[in-house]
Design a protein around this ligand. Structure first.
Ligand code: 3PY
Ligand code: MG
Length: 254
């Protein structure tokens, strides 16, 4: 059966996801032992390709975890492929408009919500090979589509994006959004982006949609929870490694 990501989000569980940028399978297994609720794989800036994402989804599911996949910019075809691999949800970066969000829904959801093509190769493990209405409803309900809000145009079109039927949530990219809101300064925890996160989370909840956010540390995790964010992706395999390396260098005086 599919991991009940929607149910846990609806129960206001506040979920913390690992962020996988690197493709080494042993590193992923070890990271997923770190107290995370689910795994997120990054094909936009991370090293992942379709093959490594397929393996990563399988590893996460054997460890009892749901997986989200951030596909490349404009990666509508990749959206349906990774759902066929058994991803629990998809994240589309750098969207600009409600039309982009509708195109995401078209790729991620079966009719009548969208036009996802039928072929659940590994996703058969989630929902079986159903051919009837119950299968399509279950797949549409249990696999989630998130549109990233991180461009000036997307932020300006927030209300129209949140009105898109079949879109399950928005995922805030604090780095790109801060660059957009400050006219070119990277300040992911600055006042501009913090105010925007609050606005987005409140509006999304009012529309019955989830809010997800990338966060860098424990303080930001706590802040996100207070602001009504439902799910955070916390740090990354690369950042965890960098922190360990910095600590080692400091302790050895190198
Ligand atoms: C951003 O912050 O811009 C992201 O895409 C999340 O890492
Ligand atoms: Mg971004």
């Amino acid at each position: 059966a599919a991991p009940d990501l929607r149910g846990r989000l609806e129960a206001r569980g506040f979920l913390i996801s690992a962020w996988s940028s690197l493709t080494q399978p042993e590193l992923l297994e070890r990271m997923l032992q770190g107290g995370f609720d689910l795994a997120t794989f990054d094909m936009q800036h991370g090293m992942h390709d379709e093959a490594s994402v397929g393996r990563g989804i399988a590893t996460a599911s054997h460890m009892g975890m749901a997986s989200l996949v951030r596909v490349p910019v404009g990666g509508y075809a990749t959206v349906s492929r990774v759902l066929d691999y058994g991803a629990t949800g998809v994240i589309l970066p750098m969207i600009e408009s409600a039309d982009d969000a509708r195109a995401l829904v078209a790729a991620a959801k079966y009719p009548p919500l969208g036009q996802r093509s039928y072929g659940p190769t590994r996703a058969v493990m989630l929902h079986g090979y159903g051919s009837g209405k119950a299968y399509f409803e279950a797949a549409n309900r249990e696999t989630l589509a998130f549109a990233m809000i991180e461009t000036p145009a997307a932020y300006a079109a927030l209300d129209q994006i949140l009105a898109v039927e079949g879109l399950d949530g928005v995922f805030i990219g604090p780095s790109d959004l801060s660059i957009a809101l400050t006219g070119g300064r990277l300040s992911h925890d600055g006042p501009e982006v913090t105010a925007a996160i609050q606005t987005i989370a409140a509006k999304a909840r009012a529309c019955g949609k989830f809010t997800a956010l990338y966060v860098f540390d424990a303080d930001e995790t706590a802040g996100a929870r207070k602001m009504g964010v439902d799910l955070v992706t916390l740090s990354s395999d690369m950042a965890i490694f960098n922190a360990g390396l910095a600590a080692l260098r400091a302790s050895t005086g190198r």
